[in-house]
Write a protein that binds this ligand. Sequence first.
Ligand code: IVH
Length: 688
Amino acid sequence: MAGSKSSPSSADTSVATEIDELRSSIAYHNERYHTLDAPEIPDIEYDLMVRRLQELEATHPQLATADSPSQAVGGAPSATFAPVTHAVPMMSLDNAFNRDELEAWAARVATGLDLASEAAPVGYVCELKIDGVACSIRYEDGKMVQAATRGNGRVGEDITANVAGISVIPKTLTNAPAVVEVRGEVYMPVSVFDALNVEMEAQGLPRYVNPRNTAAGSLRQKDPSVTAGRNLHFWSYQLGLVDGGPSLDGHGDALDWLAELGLPVNPERRRVSTIDQVVAFTDDWMEHRHDLDYEIDGAVVKVDTLSRQRALGSTAKAPRWAIAYKFPPEERTTKLKEIQVSIGRTGKATPFAVLEPVFVGGSTVQMATLHNDDQVQLKDVRPGDTVIVRKAGDVIPEVLGPVLSERPKGLRKWKFPTSCPTCKTELVRPEGEAHIFCINPTCPAQRQGRIEHFTSRGGLDIEGMGESRVALFIEHGFINDPGDLYFIDWDEVARLEGFGQTSIDNLQAALVASKTRPLANLLVGLGIRHLGPSGAEALAGHFGHIDAIAHADAESMAEIDGVGPTIAQSTAAYFAAPESVALVDKFRDAGLNLEGPVRSEAPQTLAGLTVVVSGTLEGFSRDGAADAIKSRGGKNPGSVSKKTTALVAGAEPGASKLTKAEELGVPVVDEEAFQHLLATGELPESAT
Ligand code: IVH
């Protein structure tokens, strides 16, 4: 500490204490991760602890020890599975957390290879870093004979019976050498993980935390049939021991060879020659990581030429010829300050966490959802806990659970409040519902939610009329319902602080523009329970006017395609309320569009068919062709697939659509055949 009077020896003691604490924390978290498959903290926090320990050991070499966890790979093998000694050790990877660290690694590689900086490029292979469980599979004469976890890198666990149940892993290889050991990552696809959690919630059980832990737990089951039922997948990324086979020059060639043998190798790999290209690869995947059906936490960059890899060699823990370039983390821990409840436009009471701000998933998060009371109780998060927060892609931030080892003594279990935090009305939980509601229709929180929903994109899309302005206008008594927005006294608004003429002009213009939005948007904006955009389109298209919808009974609405009894009943109940009639009258007085184009009742010739259009047609605009298909009951997606009935090609059609259609044997037809198809639901004979 600056200005402290501590002597060098007391500084040394404090470093020694920190080292001790780090070593025991790392050992604890090692066991949670590797042996128990139940890590308590996100990877980044673990990585940062190891890094801190390495730094301290480097600056205080007298305190470094050979058995420090900074020198070890993975965890101790468990007693459940027989030990397997790896013929070639399974190493870990060093991490780079930013471009500077990546460049420093590339510089070490160049120095290690004795290359002048302008010499011939090193040549790297970029791969995705799959967030799963490392596994080594040994094939002898093309037959799978053994599979093992990484364990401590030298000795792993025999999980052959479990790996045998993973269907994407071949049990025999084609043209295989005498021995080949393939290393790769077993993972749980995100779609499988989500489906598993839907099942868990349905059974009132806590959700699984993330696909990696779930994959690890599924793989290390005593009963292999449990593993087999979990639909795990595998990507191969590295060779272990090889006896026989072709002589290979590069790692990229090795991956191609693994694919030829019949093993799953991730197609998203790229050979590059500069660090700029490595960064372009990682930037691209950072943006698109959630388009994949598996989780990745970075990229792995490997020196391509195998002789260069040998020349560079390894440290005790990791090869010098490879580096893991980690993405910014999507999970972090932080302190849960308190749990509050917010009331939405339907009265739904949602608990949310108020957090010490934490930078995660690309932004600072200080609030995160806790979904509902059942989830809070199952996760048992308590104010005062250290919790794991996840913010991934566009998904709203979520609290995954507490770090129990850091729970202060005496924390009380959290109880859901019994009354609405805004209007103090008693909250109710309807029978069979997972949610708790405020049922006071005049509750100000609900009012705020309803007006915000009305002004949102899916509703009348009133730019500039967001959460804070709606709250301010309610507070000053300018608005009580969405209809009031059109009768605001702007002279009054002008007296408020922060409202110049420009912002008033902009808000007024946005309100004028909103008056001509389609009827379906107005219906969505009303926030009728269960009524989404497609149901609203169907109602608008069938009835053509809001008055006709307001007077229709539930039975007649339920008969409309795309509506159904739940939406019909909720819509009829909404319009039966006198407040709703008054609201529609306000809209009428304000001059809002209350009409929608009535959909023509075209014959449903294309029911069940899928027609894709590409290029310019003479008799149809792009939207016109789509309408013609949809109004006849057909589907009109933007791309060709196995399910496509025909690709209609106008002038200058897209090359990729044509190639895809050819590959899949989808008929490509002209505009005349399209007319015939619309009229009859069949392709002319000449086109089939
Ligand atoms: S290569 C000797 N490639 O990341 C090099 N590892 O943090 C061995 N991983 O233990 C690893 N994707 O479990 C490699 N494309 C990839 C990978 C990958 C994920 C895992 C692997 C490794 C860990 C290191």
